[in-house]
Design a protein around this ligand. Structure first.
Ligand code: 13P
Length: 624
């Protein structure tokens, strides 16, 4: 008889966390209605006068922070963790607090900067000696460390010599205070946000690096994922402690911690198996420890800027043919001067940079000059607006078919190189589908998505952010359900093709139609229907890694485009920023006001300004 070796399951490592659970309320401040000043050190100031004035925020999210972050991270690592003196647990992927004595913190966010409001009386950290000695005590960075807490912990460790001690020291603590120094002296693992005296070996976490002896990995948060410097530090520190407790060596622990902060969102960090797979994949393997700081790539940074909160993108890139039709219908001469003057109105509109992150140009416009002699590209850059360029070359019919594909791949690499040198940092490519009883066919969807993915790949190789635009045209006789099914199918195919061609989604933006009944349907969709259906289709088909989603207006009336945008916003928040990238719905009233006569330029600017304000306001979520 063969002998069977029955291996006993090793019990999970146990950790008693000592720290404070906080309830963090994040208010993303609206920089259009609040007056921010930037001082000479580039620090933003919010001027709050206590005179009954109003201040507005885009969104409010509250989430548990402090010690609950360590509880979550360690639990997801398979460690049996609990918080001393706090009946809180991490169960089925959720932090559950029972009668937790929490501290409320208010976190005011402006772009990537934050400021904290905390109670002036510290919330003393509770400590209760555990009934059964744990493998580790973990003094979390949220703890308020009084001299008596320090003595109690040290006394406990003295009598329970099998219990190890990990200490995460925040930037608020004073490492030379004697009660803190005593804890540092006893600690088996130290993670510190501060530089500590030389004699101790410790892991240092700065705002962009994790360092241990001569090893260092860089980290950056590349999404709108609620991490502030405090919660990022808690996540990194708990990941390091968890990995080391589980006997990972230091280089691996550094990579695991970096993967957790970069991959995860606050309140949904990753489990250890996922992180181990992440650090095993090519991107992380080739990104060696000790290498120069790995910065977020240029395209990822620009993609993030293009969809930064509260602003949209102006599509001023109508091709020669489209402009011709517009001008002809209003008896405006279609010559180069008039086309320049028309675009000049938009680019010189006061406060444009307050409402748009980027402007998409047509090739001709990118080469034209502003009144001050700069190219329009430079002119926009100087206003703090990212210039982009339409690079597709229009639609052509498939052989023997009334369906179309988009051309322009020939010579694209060279054109992108030139556009980059001119200053363009993003591009747009539009594929169009008509929804009828026989279209779009699977073939047309497949082919156009392949082309979109090839274009996106070429853009990223040229350091240009691709906007991929598959548009289901509004002009049709279809129901909202038919639109949802068809757009869903197109998006599914598009993201499959983007994955096949290894397009980096964090450096890519989707421009898409809203989900609504076709223009020729007798009953038009209400904003509530559009908001709910659009949110559903996007959530079902758009991967979370994508940098952002922007909408085209597609021939909706200006009011309809704004109301529907508001309805989509109200269905948020989404895993990606969502905003507008309209042409017609932003520009048409200005064209009507201008009439081809520069004497009307100011009236045109104010008509445009009005649409900018209305659409930016539609990005502010109202609770339903
Ligand atoms: P509309 O907003 O007029 O649909 O234009 C957006 C666009 O850029 C289409 O490619």
């Amino acid at each position: 008889m063969p002998t069977i070796n029955v291996k006993e399951d090793t019990p999970a490592k146990s950790v008693q966390i000592i720290g404070n659970v906080t309830k963090d309320v994040y208010l993303r401040m609206d920089n259009r209605t609040n007056s921010f000043e930037t001082d000479q050190n580039n620090i933003k100031w919010l001027d709050i006068s206590f005179d009954g004035s109003h201040h507005r925020y885009f969104s409010r999210v509250s989430i548990y922070g402090g010690a609950s972050i360590s509880l979550e991270v360690l639990s997801r690592f398979g460690i049996d963790a609990n918080i001393s003196g706090t009946p809180a647990v991490f169960l089925d992927g959720q932090f559950i607090a029972k009668d937790t004595h929490t501290t409320y913190r208010y976190i005011l966010c402006q772009d990537d900067n934050t400021s904290h409001l905390e109670p002036s009386e510290p919330n003393y950290t509770s400590w209760k000696a555990p009934a059964k000695a744990p493998d580790w005590l973990y003094l979390d960075s949220s703890a308020y460390i009084s001299p008596s807490l320090s003595s109690e912990i040290l006394a406990y460790l003295e009598t329970n010599s099998n219990t190890n001690f990990a200490f995460a020291i925040s930037s608020h603590s004073n490492p030379s205070a004697s009660h803190i120094a005593a804890l540092l002296k006893r600690a088996d693992i130290i993670v510190s946000a501060k530089k500590l005296p030389e004699e101790r070996e410790y892991i240092r976490v700065t705002k962009n690096e994790i360092q241990y002896l001569d090893q260092r990995v860089s980290w950056a948060i590349d999404k709108h994922d609620l991490f502030t410097h405090l919660s990022a530090f808690s996540t990194i520190a708990a990941s390091l402690v968890g990995a080391l407790i589980l006997d990972k060596d230091a280089p691996e622990a550094l990579l695991i911690a970096r993967a957790n902060i970069q991959k995860s969102k606050l309140g949904s960090t990753s489990n250890l198996a996922t992180l181990e797979r992440t650090i095993a994949d090519d991107y992380y393997r080739t990104e060696k420890i000790n290498k120069e700081a790995s910065k977020m790539s240029e395209i990822e940074e620009n993609a993030k800027k293009l969809v930064a909160a509260g602003k949209g993108i102006l599509a001023a890139d109508e091709s020669g043919g489209s402009i011709h039709k517009k001008f002809e219908s209003m008896n405006i001469p279609d010559d180069e001067q008039h086309r320049r003057d028309y675009r000049n109105i938009f680019f010189t509109t006061p406060e444009l940079e307050k409402y748009v992150n980027g402007v998409i140009l047509f090739d001709e416009t990118a080469r034209q000059t502003a009144d001050n002699g700069q190219t329009f590209v430079q002119f926009l850059q100087d206003r703090g607006i990212i210039p982009g360029i339409k690079v597709d070359q229009g639609l052509v019919n498939f052989d023997n078919s009334d369906e179309k594909y988009t051309q322009g791949l020939d010579g694209l690499a060279d054109r992108l190189k030139e556009y980059y040198a001119m200053g363009a940092r993003f591009a747009k490519w539009r594929a169009a589908f008509e929804l009828t009883d026989h279209s779009p066919s699977d073939m047309a969807i497949q082919k156009n998505c392949e082309i979109l993915a090839s274009y996106a790949k070429e853009c990223q190789a040229a350091n240009i952010v691709p906007i991929v635009e598959p548009e289901l045209v509004y002009d049709g006789d279809y129901t909202i359900e038919q639109n949802a099914a068809c757009t869903g199918k197109i998006l599914k195919c598009l993201f499959q093709e983007l994955a096949k061609q290894q397009v980096n989604l964090a450096g890519c933006i989707l421009k898409v139609n809203m989900i609504l009944a076709g223009k020729r349907q007798a009953t038009q969709s209400t904003p509530d229907e559009v908001g709910a259906a659009t949110a559903k289709v996007l959530r079902e088909n758009v991967p979370a890694e994508l940098a952002g989603v922007v909408f085209l207006s597609g021939g909706q009336s200006v009011v309809q485009a704004t109301d529907n945008l508001q309805a989509v916003t109200n269905n948020g928040p989404f895993p990606w920023p969502v905003t507008f990238s309209y042409a017609r719905a932003l520009q048409d009233p200005a064209l009507q006001a201008w009439q081809g006569d520069n004497a009307n330029a100011d009236a045109a600017r104010s008509a445009f300004h009005e649409r900018l304000v209305a659409n930016a306001n539609a990005l502010i979520r109202h609770a339903n």
